[in-house]
Design a protein around this ligand. Sequence first.
Ligand code: GRF
Length: 221
Amino acid sequence: MSTTTTTNSTTNANTTISTNTNLAVLVSGRGSNLQSMIDYIENGNIENANIGVAISDVADAYALKRAKKHGIDAVFIDPTAFGNKIEYEHELIKILDSYDTDLIILAGYMRIVGKNVISAYKNRILNIHPTLLPSFAGLHSHKQTLDYGVKVSGCTVHFVDEGMDTGPIILQSCVPVLENDTEDTLSERILEQEHKIYPQAVKLFIEGKLKVEGRIVRVSK
Ligand code: GRF
């Protein structure tokens, strides 16, 4: 749907900013972070941002329904239709490029992004992880958190590099871990914070306020 052409691109250190930023959101599941991004933009919190497409590797991901409801193109790419990850991601890049994507937002996308996508969109891919990275990267993060017995957890928005949840950190938010927490109650408390800081990080990116210096992300006021 989005055929908006990116105009007036300027480069700020490692990030590219444009007067109209096209976002692509990659999802695999329920899409509550996609929804918070949609709401944040629809409520006028970010100027000149447009979610052009939501792309899923899961056909019946509820996130795709959320996208359609808001007039956003919803695309399913069937990973099993490709011989390998490189071919699958070749198709992914083709679709991202066709939407003039400026920034890729991973929102519960359950695949490790490969090096071709990362180099095509260097420092233009964000992810959110439901722990205070570098603690408890990877899968089953709430279980890892509870099993380890930490008293504070939270969530982290970071740039995506080739590792698993290892990219430079943009924003983090803390929540307490309570005595009687289950994975569900902890996840609910953290999700509330995710829905706050992820849109804020996207806004900072779009406003050109993030500068990546090695592992460090400088956030300007
Ligand atoms: C969130 O907890 C996020 O931190 C993690 O995957 C989950 C996605 O949830 N990466 P949703 O699909 O956005 O509701």
